[in-house]
Design a protein around this ligand. Structure first.
Ligand code: GDP
Length: 414
């Protein structure tokens, strides 16, 4: 990824069939972000099927390429406006969504919630809004889609808008923009709709362009989590991503959980040896000292350390048909850190699609419920307050190699 360029990471969510794929395809099409041949190919397929250009096919096409690729960076899809580039992070509904959403690799800076004008908010609309809330996204945009199916009527838009505003308010979320669109026809995406002159606000693209990129993370404390160790020419290169802050050549660092100190000898990026690297960059580093380091080690500075603990409390969003049970043993992941643990308590349970409190103390957490979960883990890991560092402020709960739950860590001051 070109570091000097500005880009904004967005997540597109909404109930199934409300138009996520269509919108993504449309965004790519309207910003000339898909090669001409691909468009021709898709148009031809649609022609043979005897239908209009189906924009969701663009997404399917990208998805196929994505599945064939192995690197993280190409798994993300880009489109651009004259102002900047955008990266679309996996949309909910895809298998790996929760995991991708929670791991640092796909840290959204803005969220688009899509709602069909015809159906209005449905179960997943609310659930995804809850996820946006959990992600602590401050820049939220709602698009009311399929306006063509309701004759571009203002009254219909206002009705759905009211409904959405009311439930977002329950979550204390306030969308920056609410825009009537037709992803299929291209109304209010790149160009202002001629059919909805009553809408005085911006188009979707210019609204996105007005959002801010989060710069905070490069200034935040250093967190470099080791993903792999490559022995090359008698050197041991520690490969990983700078999740937060900046790492510099010559810098004195602390390695957790072992608490050893070391000095950065070099930073290695393909064919280059930069003197520093910052949040979001995947790099390799070498140390002056010959230390035994494993995957999951956290590199930080003495001054700004994460909390190393074997007890975690987190607000967990459970997404598996098989309940999470008190007493159950489960895998806990935090970026590249991984350990096993036991569920000690489950409390303050909420239904994620009605936002209703279910119970104060519970034995189980069911699919789509959120609860405060306390876990005793086998090996201590380094965690942060998600309000300060999002990447290391979250955990994934995994069962049989499948991410079943995602949690925002509560750091309790002792
Ligand atoms: P997803 O499940 O949220 O990704 O929804 P899709 O993008 O696959 O869209 C579901 C269906 O709605 C498809 O048949 C689309 O062609 C259709 N659709 C999506 N957006 C619009 C729109 O703006 N207008 C109309 N008429 N149909 C749309």
């Amino acid at each position: 990824m070109n570091k000097t360029k500005h880009y904004l990471k967005i997540v597109i969510s909404g109930h199934v069939d409300h138009g996520k794929s269509t919108l993504i395809g449309r965004l790519f099409y309207d910003t000339d972000s898909i090669p001409e041949e691909k468009i021709k190919e898709i148009k031809e397929v649609c022609r043979q099927l005897g239908r209009e250009m189906e924009f969701s096919f663009v997404m399917d096409n990208l998805q196929e390429e994505r599945e064939q690729s192995i690197t993280i960076d190409t798994a993300q899809t880009f489109f651009k406006t004259p102002k900047r580039e955008y990266v679309i992070i996996d949309a909910p509904g895809h298998k790996e969504f929760i995991k991708n959403m929670i791991t640092g690799a796909s840290q959204a800076e803005a969220g688009v919630l899509i709602v069909s004008a015809k159906e209005g908010a449905e179960e997943q609309t609310k659930r995804h809004a809850y996820i946006l809330k959990m992600l602590d996204l401050k820049q939220i945009l709602v698009v009311i889609n399929k306006m063509d199916l309701v004759d571009y009527k203002r009254q219909k838009f206002n009705k759905v808008k009211k409904q959405i505003e009311a439930f977002l308010k329950k979550l204390n979320l306030k969308p920056t923009f609410i825009i009537p669109i037709s992803a299929a026809k291209g109304d209010n995406i790149a160009k202002k709709s001629k059919k909805m002159k009553w809408h005085k606000g911006k188009t979707l693209l210019s609204s996105l362009d007005s959002f801010k990129e989060s710069k905070k993370i490069t200034k935040a404390p250093l967190r470099f989590l080791v993903q792999d160790i490559y022995p090359i020419n008698q050197k041991r290169i520690l490969v990983g991503r700078v999740e937060s802050g900046t790492i510099k050549k010559g810098q004195k660092v602390l390695i957790l959980p072992s608490k050893e100190t070391a000095k950065i000898k070099s930073i290695e990026v393909f064919m280059k040896k930069p003197t520093s690297a910052s949040a979001g960059q995947s790099i390799g580093i070498t140390l002056e000292e010959d230390l035994f380091i494993e995957r999951g080690a956290v590199i930080c500075t003495q001054k700004d350390q994460p909390k190393v603990t074997d007890e975690i409390s987190a607000n967990v969003f459970w997404m598996s048909k098989k309940d999470l049970k008190r007493g159950e043993r489960i895998i806990i992941k935090n970026v590249t850190q991984e350990t096993e643990g036991e569920i000690k308590t489950i409390s303050n349970k909420i239904d994620s699609s009605t936002f209703k409190k279910i119970s104060a103390q519970a034995r189980i957490l069911k699919n789509n419920e959120v609860g405060e979960v306390k876990i005793k883990i086998d090996e201590p890991i380094a965690i942060d307050d998600p309000n300060q560092i999002k990447e290391t402020g979250r955990i994934i709960l995994e069962r049989d190699m499948i991410a079943c739950g995602a949690g925002l860590i509560n750091i309790e001051e002792k």
